[in-house]
Design a protein around this ligand. Structure first.
Ligand code: FAD
Length: 692
């Protein structure tokens, strides 16, 4: 009978969950990722240009389109790299296209002398990226309907050749689901895939090498299918970068780091979104750890008067600024320090090339605000610099790094070098001959970072809390500390706010007042991203939360909300938190605050802790979960929602497994049945993850 009840709950919830999933785009109006923003600003949609890709390719004499579905910019970067390689090595007439800029109903006209590439990232629980939602729904929906009226049985895509590569993470259950499903759908519609459908694995840390290993046989197969002749690749700039001696950086038309034109003009206008951040005041900031060598920041960010809103469980994105020390290093390595404040105009040489950074700007602003110069560097990008090396010896070294995967791993990847550090390790001479266009092409746009909001919108609707641990790690093998871009910037802001005489952490020297001093008074550009990570609408329903470390962030919000409801006399269900950290007196964040909530909530708030470095054995949240199997099982029977937040790679996986065991053991079921139940809980929305 117990099983029946749970099964029924699962079934009903499954139904509700599916409806929620399939209406997500319209219901919650998921904001587009910042990468899509360049598309809407410059792309087809806004300029009233065609949304018909075949027409576009005819118009611009292209025979190869590379579509990307990108969330954090990596898929877009791979798309650009494929476009460049296709054009330089094989003479293809390539163009890169944001997949949401075009219609899919006319793809059955795609002619057989052209090829379409699909570079598709899988996001979260096997979902498409924001810019690929419609594409995904079109091809994987029940009836694929093309404009010409041909149906799926007619094999409407039989003249289309395509190439597919997916970006995924094997620590998630639906590994590379996006590329797999799209590949199946296209094949079913008669399209002919060239090469294998490649899969890159971020979880194993082999994305780049998977991509490199996949693309060589793919190019060989494509050369054969399209009768292409390989030639010696010669670098051709995608952008023209022209210094404008007439203009000074002070002129109003020059972008000095502002995200949009209205920001540049000094009158930022809403609506604020992933394309247009709000410059928000940080009203309060403090340190949560009691140890000296690690930092965890608590910040209160005001959105009052911005028209932005959030709900408990949503995410806030912080738009970072690169550290001055790294900006200086980059400009020095490429020999542009002296002209860092020169105004540059950046234009696409080809009409289909989209300029990824605002222009006109300066070298300094481009590197500080618009380019991800601190990220790990890829082997392919390093090898593109060989022809521009300052001397023969450095050139040979770069060629060797480019050709020898293991050598590159040892010398660059293991050292956690950024592009500038990598080149510094090769020679102390500057790489003055590298065209700036090549740097814009090869380096991602600086990405906003997401944080799980750690406050309740019911309690403080105009103020968003974040809880961020400062990334400052010595990775195995690396000789220097790797400093996270955003969290160290936030640390500097916190230090300035709290009157620290030298606010720059570790000498990183941030331009803390922002472009034209617009962030003075401790402001930071932000946008809000709505999530499906939500409390049950009925507060009397029990909840189980597993959130070690900063994984506790959204649960602070959940508990804050339930405590406020309890204080108002509402009936609040059992609110069980599993929290873990190293030591109770070092990094048990919000410890005192939780005591206050306990006063308001009484027995309905239960916090179970795991301190990994206090006893002789390491104890983690999943161990505590197991120890409390009976309680967990009982709450699940009372229809508790189960939430996990924090580390995706290990913790979330373990918790998932342990929960399966608990359900199986407590109900006397075989282990597979327990796993299956957890799967059902996931798809029904009663098991929710917010992991990174
Ligand atoms: P980055 O510069 O992005 O670096 C991140 C890591 O990459 C480094 O620690 C390092 O391991 C590696 N790395 C960087 N540069 C190199 C290099 N040159 N070579 C090799 N490795 C390198 N974080 C929180 O603290 N709290 C939250 O509540 C929270 N919520 C999140 C919610 C979501 C939905 C997501 C997606 C993420 C969340 N995060 C949260 C993580 C957060 O977004 C950031 O990833 C994190 O703060 C690090 O950002 P950063 O810019 O400081 O570090």
């Amino acid at each position: 009978a117990q099983l029946d009840t749970l099964d029924l709950v699962v079934l009903v919830a499954l139904l509700v969950g599916s409806v929620a999933y399939f209406t997500k785009g319209s219901y919650w109006a998921v904001p587009k990722d910042p990468y899509a923003s360049t598309a809407t600003l410059n792309g087809a949609a806004k300029s009233g240009k065609t949304r018909d890709i075949v027409e576009k390719m005819e118009e611009t004499s292209k025979n190869c389109v590379i579509f990307y579905g990108s969330q954090t910019g990596t898929a877009e970067d791979y798309a650009s790299r494929l476009a460049k390689e296709g054009s330089q090595r094989f003479g293809l007439k390539t163009m890169v296209a944001d997949i949401e800029d075009y219609d899919y109903e006319t793809l059955d006209k795609f002619p057989d002398d052209k090829v379409a590439f699909f570079v598709l990232a899988t996001y979260g629980e096997g979902e498409p990226t924001d810019n690929a939602v419609e594409f995904y729904q079109f091809f994987t929906g029940e009836d694929v309907a093309f404009e010409s009226g041909t149906s799926a049985e007619d094999k409407p895509l039989s003249s289309m050749k395509y190439v597919a590569f997916g970006l995924g993470n094997n620590t998630y259950e639906h590994y590379n689901a996006m590329v797999r499903q799209v590949d199946t759908a296209l094949t079913k519609l008669g399209a002919q895939r060239i090469g294998t459908a490649g899969e890159g694995d971020d979880g194993a840390g082999t994305m780049e090498e998977d991509f490199l290993a996949w693309k060589e046989p793919m190019w060989a197969a494509l050369s054969e299918a399209m009768d292409l002749q390989e030639r010696e690749a010669v670098y051709e700039a995608v952008f023209s970068v022209v210094e404008d001696d007439e203009k000074t950086p002070e002129e109003e038309s020059v972008y000095l780091g502002e995200p949009t034109a209205s920001h540049r003009e000094g009158s930022p206008k809403g609506p604020f979104s992933a394309h247009n951040p709000y410059i928000a005041p940080i009203v309060e900031s403090s340190e949560l750890f009691t140890v000296k060598d690690r930092n965890c920041l608590h910040m209160e960010i005001s959105i009052a008067g911005s028209n932005l809103s959030y709900q408990t469980g949503d995410h806030i994105a912080i738009w970072p600024t690169n550290a001055g020390a790294e900006v200086d290093r980059f400009l020095e390595v490429f020999g542009i320090s002296d002209k860092r404040h020169s105004v540059i105009n950046v234009k696409g040489i080809d009409v289909t090339a989209k300029v990824p950074i605002p222009t006109p700007t300066t070298y300094d602003a481009a590197v500080r605000y618009y380019m991800e110069v601190c990220a790990p560097v890829s082997r392919q990008f390093v090898s593109t610099l060989a022809p521009f090396a300052p001397d023969e010896e450095s050139k040979n070294e770069i060629v060797r790094l480019g050709n020898d995967k293991d050598y590159f791993h040892e010398k660059i990847t293991n050292q956690c070098f950024t592009i500038a550090q990598a080149l510094q390790s090769i020679t102390s001479r500057p790489f003055t001959a590298v065209p700036f266009s090549l740097l814009i092409e090869g380096i991602n746009k600086l990405q906003p970072r997401y944080y799980s909001i750690s406050s309740s919108s019911l309690v403080q609707k105009d103020k968003i809390s974040i809880t961020a641990v400062v990334e400052s790690v010595r990775l195995p093998g690396a000789s220097h500390m790797v400093k996270g871009v955003t969290t160290n910037y936030l640390l500097a802001l916190k230090q300035k706010q709290n009157g620290d005489p030298s606010p720059d952490p570790h000498g990183l020297t941030y331009s803390i007042n922002g472009p034209r001093n617009k962030y003075d008074g401790i402001h930071v550009p932000v946008h809000v991203r709505h999530s499906n990570f939500k409390l049950p609408s009925d507060p009397s329903k029990p909840i189980i939360m597993v959130g070690p470390g900063t994984g506790v962030a959204p649960f602070r919000g959940f508990i804050q909300e339930r405590a406020a409801l309890a204080a108002k006399g509402e009936k609040v269900g059992t609110t069980l938190l599993f929290f873990g950290c190293r030591k109770s007196n070092e990094d048990f964040i919000y410890q005192d605050e939780f005591k206050t909530y306990q006063d308001q909530m009484g027995d309905s708030l239960k916090i179970i802790t795991a301190f990994s470095r206090e006893g002789s054995e390491k104890v983690y949240v999943q161990h505590r979960l197991k120890e409390n199997a009976e309680l967990v099982s009982e709450l699940l029977k009372q229809k508790a929602n189960f939430y996990v937040c924090g580390d995706a790679a290990n913790m979330a996986r373990e918790v998932n497994l342990v929960l399966g065991h608990i359900i199986a053991n407590q109900r006397g079921l075989p282990a597979e049945k327990g796993e299956e139940m957890v799967k059902h809980m996931r798809s029904s929305g009663s098991y929710q993850e917010d992991v990174w």
